[in-house]
Structure formats: C-alpha cells, structure tokens
Design a binder for this molecule. Structure first.
Ligand SMILES: [Zn+2]
Length: 183
C-alpha cells in the first residue's frame, strides 16, 4: 500500500464515486480518508452524478453519492486554463471535443491542491499516471481503495471480492488497474 502524506486531499471522480456506491461501500471513503482535508470532489463531477441520478438506469448508484454528506462542498474550477489544457490533451487522444471535462477538472483540482486523484476512468487514469504533475504515486482507482481498506482491516479480503461482484451486478466494470498486484 502506498503511504501518502496525511495532509493530502483525495479527489474522487464521478466513476469512482459511482462504483463506491454501487459496491455498497461508500463509507470506506471516510474510513480511509476521513482525516484528510477537503476538497473531495468538483462541481463538474457533482453535475455528472446529478445527471446520472436523474436517469432511472443509474439512479440506484448516483443518488447515494449525492446524499453522502461527507463529500462536502464540490470544489469550483481553481484553474480553468489548466482544466481546458488537460481536456484538450485528453480529447486529442480520441478525437472528441466534448468529453473528459469532469476528468480534466478533477486532475486540475488535484494538481492545484496537491491532492491525489481517484478515478475509475481508464483513459483518465492512464493519462494522470503519465502527467509529470501527478504520476503513478498520485492516482488510484476504487479497486485500489478496496485493497487499502482490507489492508487497514476495515473489510475482509472476501468483502473486497463481494464489492467487485456488486459493481458488476450493476452492469458496470471497475478499472482494477493494479488488481493483479494486490490479489
Ligand atoms: Zn479490482
């Protein structure tokens, strides 16, 4: 498990929050990171989750995120220029000009607040891991947090597997970027 300085914020993207809720393990976020300072999410991430909560097919794992008061106030965009530069770079990888804003805003906020980023979006994870301002030591996915939680004794190893199963039962695929390293 990577040990992080205890004063680093942790910023979650919309996908990792939805996977935490779908797994029934949202409370692991305060268990693991409750002592860390805000911000914990951004305005665009909150907007993405609100959009999901408005749709019947995703309401079950989006509404619990909106109801989860521990997340606190969603951070505004600290550095719009950086956010758009990151978005443009990410979009250039897949020829789509209207995507990745939430992910770019999370990364921009993580860079600005010296936070680490939790994302279950494969493109964002790989992109952030290669950014000199973030890198592999400052990006995790929700699977990584489940193994961190098992390492801390908050859940058992079999509950890590159950959490994966519950997310899959919602028709969603966890990133599991480093699952094989921990399993
Ligand atoms: Zn996994």
């Amino acid at each position: 498990m990577t040990v992080l300085p205890s004063d680093m914020p942790v910023i979650y993207d919309a996908v990792s929050l939805q996977h935490a809720a779908a797994s029934g393990r949202l409370h692991l976020l305060p268990d693991l990171h409750g002592h860390r300072p805000a911000p914990r999410w951004t305005e665009h991430v909150r907007g993405e989750v609100e959009d999901g909560a408005a749709m019947l097919k995703s309401r079950a794992w989006c509404q619990p995120v909106l109801d989860f008061a521990w997340l606190g106030a969603a951070a505004p965009d600290y550095d719009l220029g950086l956010t758009f530069r990151l978005q443009t770079l990410m979009n250039s990888l897949d020829d789509d000009d209207d995507k990745n804003l939430g992910e770019a805003q999370c990364m921009s906020a993580a860079i600005h607040t010296s936070a680490y980023l939790v994302t279950d979006d494969r493109r964002a994870y790989n992109f952030a891991a290669k950014r000199p301002e973030l890198g592999t030591s400052r990006v995790k996915d929700f699977c990584h947090l489940l193994f961190d939680a098992a390492g801390e004794g908050f859940i058992t190893r079999s509950e890590v597997d159950e959490a994966h199963d519950r997310v899959a039962d919602c028709g969603r695929t966890m990133l599991c970027a480093r699952h094989a390293d921990f399993a």
